[in-house]
Design a protein around this ligand. Structure first.
Ligand code: NIG
Ligand code: FE
Length: 423
């Protein structure tokens, strides 16, 4: 882009531009920096093609770069911020689990339902029975829902196939869904979600070996990350460690579902192997969070999923405030999936992160933009409003950052711009 190229799009007169810029570069925001980035009053964001060209106060807008072809969006009285980044979803699945909702209301726990052959396993049956076309249509419908909430990048895990062909199909459907519409999709392989019925007798280690041998090698270049559910009733710590070590040796980035329902030490183990994120963390202690922050020099992100304990009727939420105070970078995501969070409302997740995990409004916004981008290795091109990044920009029907988590459950989005194009 020439330094003086005319602007193709200018979003102007914003009451507040939440830039997410101004913190230390090269790593996720942590500690006091999480809530201390630059907000510009009466500001603008200018784009050239699919890229952000300039961000600043209106007084500094370069009028010479506005031409008759420049499209302008008036954001008077509104908040402008980067497109939201969803760094943890289970986007592709068949069926739904509405039938289990009442079992849960009667008091059955998540792990009880799973142990009885329901839960994740019931979605596995529905997913195996669905055609590729049906799975793609469902994924596209969910992506459309995310886009309406202003989510412009979505990580998408496999994990409801649990056999070679279906798992490969889920990763490929996620990638295909990303190519069919504007929201960017980042596929993750979660074949190690639970042990499928076919491996029940052989056990978790044998199933993990099967994945390493028969499935992972096929996904090089297609799935960027490998994830595993380390939990009672899923994969024990020693199996998870060995699996992630081998996945790393095959060249994959690492993630883990850990400390969701019990403290098994999965987060510390995965962070020690260089995991880009450790996810759930409801039972992660502040002391362990501090050790992870130190050991990884603030590079591993704890992805907090506050709608999950809410939907599973649990009292224990990740102590997000204590994690931040211990220097651990945090992100917030929905965990969209048919079992533990059938919601794509990341704004609601931000509100619950404030109410139940102790985040402030500015911290919550950073957790669903720049730090979420770090959690999926996309911070170089999204998550903040800075020249050179992809022009993913939202205009909200709100006047200040403080209102974002306040309007509980609303969708505040007025405009969604992805790659410089108004959707
Ligand atoms: O992140 N905890 C494991 N996996 C998902 C839930 C999947 C499901 O219940 O279908 C989660 O919560
Ligand atoms: Fe999950």
């Amino acid at each position: 882009m020439a330094a003086s190229a005319p602007y193709s799009l200018v979003i102007q007169h914003a009451a507040q531009v939440l830039t997410l810029a101004g913190g230390p570069t090269g790593r996720p925001l942590a500690g006091p920096d999480l809530g201390r980035w630059r907000i510009i009053e009466n500001g603008y964001v200018a784009c050239v093609g699919d890229t952000i060209a300039a961000v600043g106060p209106m007084a500094e807008l370069d009028a010479a770069r506005l031409t008759p072809a420049t499209r302008t969006l008036d954001a008077s009285g509104r908040v402008v911020l980067p497109g939201l980044v969803e760094c943890h979803t289970h986007l592709v699945f068949g069926g739904n689990r509405a039938h289990e909702f009442e079992r849960k209301l009667r008091g059955e726990s998540y792990l009880d339902i799973l142990a009885s052959g329901g839960g994740i396993l019931s979605t596995v049956l529905a997913t195996r029975a669905a055609s590729g076309g049906e799975l793609l249509a469902n994924a596209l419908q969910h992506l459309e829902g995310f886009r309406r909430y202003g989510v412009t990048t979505v990580e998408a895990k496999s994990g409801y196939g649990l056999d070679r062909d279906t798992e490969l199909r889920l990763v490929r459907v996620a990638a295909e869904a990303g190519r069919c519409q504007p929201v960017r999709v980042v596929p993750t392989f979660l074949g190690a979600h639970v042990v499928p019925p076919e491996f029940k007798a052989a056990g978790p280690a044998a199933y993990a070996d099967f994945l390493l041998r028969e499935v992972l090698p096929e996904l090089r270049g297609e799935a960027e990350f490998v994830d595993i559910f380390c939990e009672e009733g899923a994969f024990p710590l020693n199996v998870a460690r060995r699996y992630l070590e081998q996945a790393r040796a095959l060249g994959f980035g690492l993630k883990i579902h850990a400390e969701q329902l019990h403290d098994l030490g999965g987060c510390e183990m995965a962070a020690g192997l260089g995991a880009i994120s450790v996810d759930h963390c409801d039972y992660l202690t502040p002391a362990a969070a501090g050790r992870i922050a130190q050991q990884t020099q603030g590079r591993t992100v704890a992805v907090l999923l506050p709608l999950v304990p809410l939907f599973l009727r649990q009292e224990t939420y990740a102590p997000g405030r204590a994690f931040i105070d211990a220097g651990l970078p945090v992100a917030v995501s929905t965990d969209f999936n048919p079992g533990s969070c059938p919601s794509k409302n990341l704004w609601l997740a931000l509100s619950v992160a404030c109410l139940k995990m102790g985040l402030t409004p500015t911290e919550a916004v950073a957790a669903a933009t720049l730090n979420a981008a770090w959690a999926i290795n996309r911070a170089a091109d999204c998550g903040s409003l800075e020249p050179g990044k992809r022009a993913d920009v939202l205009v909200l029907n709100l006047g200040s950052v403080a209102e974002i988590p306040y309007w509980l459950g609303e969708n505040p989005v007025r405009d969604v711009v992805i790659g410089g194009a108004l959707q």
